[in-house]
Write a protein that binds this ligand. Structure first.
Ligand code: NDP
Ligand code: 8X3
Length: 251
């Protein structure tokens, strides 16, 4: 039987590319995001490969998360693979001038949102004693860079939650692992800089960044390993990147 994967943040970037590769490899999909028009487009594009169900909710909205996930029809309700990908950076400011709204958006989305979605899905995995959870962290989960303060803190939290989930769910035979990308050219920087496309473009100027498809390819590799293999923690950077915030702009 085809496995069912639920992807948060499927409307753009890494989540969308992951939906595309998993669809082409016969996974059934539950695709989540706030932008219904994009969910509809993706559903119609991927339906030639697999069955797709969409759920529209903001991961920060606890009630909506639980209501939407519990509304899944029977043939989509037993999630085999949860890909906790939804998240963004908002702003790039020193701590003394950072915006409270940006901090709330990152803490509520990247940490609490990931927890709400996990809480809505994990009990069915523990009941079945099977499941696989992939948490999308970041190099910012491992290292802090100038002005990255709160975003890096949220991703450090994802790193801790990934380890905690793995420890707690191990006795149920549930696999848990994180993928920590470096700089990936998606809508990420455009969101971070609130639509300032020039600023966003400059982030990836002068070197070859990762593309969403590079991470999607790795996610597909991770979820298609045999059951006894759990890729627990994987850091991947563009060749031009040496660590968080250090990039060789001539590569
Ligand atoms: P994008 O901005 O392209 O995609 C972000 C996705 O998250 C969108 O589908 C968006 O959907 C969804 N999302 C954001 N906030 C919410 C919310 N509150 N509720 C529901 N969905 C939400 O960025 P990426 O693809 O790059 O980012 C995906 C993940 O990868 C994030 O967790 C990010 O932190 C991480 N990452 C990104 C890196 C990069 O350099 N790009 C590097 C390392 C990690 P919608 O707006 O429709 O809700
Ligand atoms: C995204 C990577 O370095 O732009 O998590 O913060 S970075």
């Amino acid at each position: 039987m085809n496995k069912i994967a639920l992807i948060t943040g499927a409307t753009s970037g890494i989540g969308k590319a992951t939906a595309e590769i998993l669809a082409k490899n016969n996974y059934k999909l539950v695709l989540c995001g706030r932008r219904q028009d994009r969910l509809d487009e993706l559903q119609s594009a991927l339906s030639e490969f697999t069955s797709v169900h969409t759920l529209q909710f903001d991961v920060r909205d606890k009630e909506a998360v639980f209501a939407q996930i519990s509304s899944l029809p029977n043939d989509f309700s037993e999630i085999d693979i949860l890909i906790n990908n939804a998240g963004n950076a908002h702003g790039l400011d020193p701590i003394q001038t950072g915006s409270l709204d940006d901090w709330d958006a990152m803490i509520d989305g990247n940490i609490k949102g990931l927890l709400y979605v996990s809480k809505a899905i994990i009990p069915k995995m523990t009941a079945r004693k099977s499941g696989h959870i992939i948490n999308i962290g970041s190099t910012a989960a491992k290292e802090v860079y100038p002005n990255g303060n709160v975003y890096c803190a949220t991703k450090h939290a994802v790193d801790a939650l990934n380890q905690g989930m793995r420890i707690d769910l191990n006795s149920f035979g549930i696999r848990v692992g994180a993928i920590h990308p470096g700089m990936v050219s998606t809508e990420f920087s455009s969101i971070r800089f609130k639509g300032d496309e020039e600023k966003a473009h400059n982030v990836y100027k002068g070197f070859t960044p990762l593309y969403a498809e590079d991470i999607a390819d790795i996610i597909h590799f991770v979820v298609s390993r045999p059951y006894h293999v759990n890729i627990a923690d994987l850091v991947v950077m563009p060749t031009a990147q040496a660590s968080s915030g250090i990039v060789n702009r001539s590569l």
